[in-house]
Design a protein around this ligand. Sequence first.
Ligand code: EPU
Length: 428
Amino acid sequence: MEKLKIAGGYPLKGTVRISGAKNSAVALIPATILADSPVTIEGLPDISDVQTLKALLEEIGGKVEFANNEMTVDPSSMISMPLPNGKVKKLRASYYLMGAMLGRFNKAVIGLPGGCYLGPRPIDQHIKGFEALGAKVTNEQGAIYLRADELKGARIYLDVVSVGATINIMLAAVRAKGRTIIENAAKEPEIIDVATLLTNMGAKIKGAGTDVIRIDGVEQLHGCRHTIIPDRIEAGTYLILGAAVGDGVLIDNVIPNHLESLIAKLREMGVEVESGDDQVFVSPAEKLKAVDIKTLVYPGFPTDLQQPFTSLLTKAEGTSVVTDTIYSARFKHIDELRRMNANIKVEGRSAIVNGPVRLQGAKVKASDLRAGAALVIAGLMAEGITEITGIEHIDRGYSHLVEKLNGLGAAVWREDLSQEEKEQMENA
Ligand code: EPU
């Protein structure tokens, strides 16, 4: 077990290259189950979630090669092996194995997923979709059992706009008989990416990226080659740290359109941001103005950037209000930021940030992935040394973080936990 140490206060300058999107990767990899010949995905990020999914595909008999960010999955010898426990609990996105295995084998047993705790994260809309397609779904001792004689297309209205449910229903429906219509679908770029892969595999999908998706089931899907989209949340994290401690940071390999809500908020704060075709440049601002943000479904301000953005707001002059309408408890980073001298209080679903303050290095703990990103930004902003434990959360989603930060001139390194710290982590 390791911790991350950051010597704060260094201005960051230079170019950082963004990796493939984590939240696409975790759906694209399970989607390969639906093919009958090898699928290659290029540009995958080097993160632990990708390694966990690779191991899960191998557990069900897939042949997987992964090198130089390219994964080839031969799904031809996969079987519908039950996965009630073990690695499925390590990540939230293991729920995509439900849709993909149901779509291929008409049955699946998948343990209820783990991942970051951000408040209750039900999967009722996924289950509503599977049931509408004809599956019988039961929860037995913490695992979801799905069985169908045959999957048949259906009209499904999502009561909650959900990224996971939209993708999972697409996975289950692409090989079902007849037409499926998903209404009130989520519109995130990752959904378009998954639909593009499935279409390249021979699926018939229209409307991905809008709130109505139409899928005409096909009998078989074949192998193909697909390049993943860049990670808009990783890119957003570097944009925020460019605004917080940058002295001119160029973010390379991005789709600037995916970051519009963040760029608009940064400009409102007084930060200069210039967008090119696949790059964004952020210049240092002399003074940052407080702004309010409210997280919304895409193309609104992403909940995944709310935590990193809060660290930046500690430097802004005035009072900012951050409201998370997607998750009720995504504020675990706030106590840790307070340890670093931030003046923030949480009221219901909002955090009220008073600035500017000079953050001070401290020993803090990452409780979830984006809380970790918030603490890394805070550590870079702070005076002195910051030590972050719980970095396994950060490793789930940020590819080569230390190398990328040091490439921009930061002083960041990993150290083994002391025996005392290990015991504290185990007892927490
Ligand atoms: N919801 C339900 N019922 C459902 C599904 C969702 O009530 O059946 C609720 C959730 O509790 C939440 C809201 O709907 O309040 C949105 O959840 P959604 O299903 O869209 O989230 P998700 O698919 O589980 C993905 C990302 C998250 C990201 C959200 C929102 C993956 C693997 N995860 O989660 O990413 O926050 O969409 O954009 O794609 C992260 O990357 O740090 C992360 C948590």
